[in-house]
Ligand binder design. Structure first.
Ligand code: SAM
Length: 231
């Protein structure tokens, strides 16, 4: 029987409520701390503006060391951890987490419809990184050599799936999250997302018959997640 427990809280406090060795899969998308590098939105006459802003939530500094103890504590011995991150933080995640796990791999999500580079003065930001961690004996649903590349292509969240109100700039597509959940957990397992935004990880877990524990500090995003999960 699946359950869904979500909390409108700071995950650094909420995680303390989770029992030792009780979570099968931590799949999370913390702030990237890239907002400070943004050049801002680009307004275009007669068209909708190009949105380069990430969100105020991205300005709060993320320190991977703050999460090591509790992520290790709550994860089952055969569990997995996948964390979305960005070029400026991957080194910090690696420095803190790599010595503590048998394996640290990176995974690339290639967005087939990235925001255009309107002034044609650089690369489109079409890739996002996810770090993947586990210990020996971890649960792993390897499908086939052709489907298990550390690379996945899908569009960013669009159409009916994309929430309009509130609009979350980092809402992740269910297709990608389901790909991860199928590989790194089984039906009936518990998936935890401490930075759940509008609850995409929970919706994907729900669709795949996994239980979900989620946390979000912003009450508007939290309420949107609650609606999506019909809690
Ligand atoms: C990158 S977004 C996650 C988006 C999510 N993957 C989705 O599809 O909606 C990161 C989220 O973490 C939240 N957040 C930031 N600091 C937090 C904290 N200390 N505890 C809980 N949530 C936090 C932000 O409000 C933001 O919604």
């Amino acid at each position: 029987m699946s359950f869904y427990n979500i909390y409108n809280a700071d995950c650094r406090k909420q995680i303390k409520l989770i029992k030792d060795s009780s979570v099968d899969f931590i799949l999370t998308d913390p702030p990237y701390n890239i907002a400070k590098y943004s050049t801002g939105n680009i307004n275009l006459s007669g068209r909708s503006s190009i949105n380069n802003d990430v969100g105020k939530w991205d300005l709060n500094a993320i320190n991977p060391a703050d999460f090591l103890y509790d992520f290790k504590r709550i994860l089952k011995p055969d569990g997995n951890i996948f964390i979305f991150t960005s070029y400026n933080l991957i080194g910090k995640w690696h420095a803190v987490f790599d010595p503590e796990f048998d394996t640290f791999q990176f995974f690339i999500w290639h967005k087939t419809n990235p925001i255009p580079k309107i002034y044609k003065n650089g690369f489109l930001n079409s890739c996002e990184m996810i770090i993947c961690l586990w210990n020996k004996g971890h649960k792993w649903n390897f499908s086939s050599q052709t489907k298990m590349h550390n690379f996945y292509e899908s569009p960013i969240c669009m159409g009916n799936e994309r929430l309009k109100n509130p609009k979350h700039p980092a809402q992740k597509p269910l297709k990608l999250l389901k790909h991860f959940i199928k590989i790194a957990s089984d039906e009936g397992d518990i998936v935890y997302d401490p930075f759940m935004g509008v609850g995409s990880t929970g919706v994907a877990a729900n669709l795949l018959n996994r239980s979900f524990i989620g946390c979000e500090i912003d009450d508007i995003y939290f309420n949107a997640a609650k609606d999506r999960l019909k809690i």
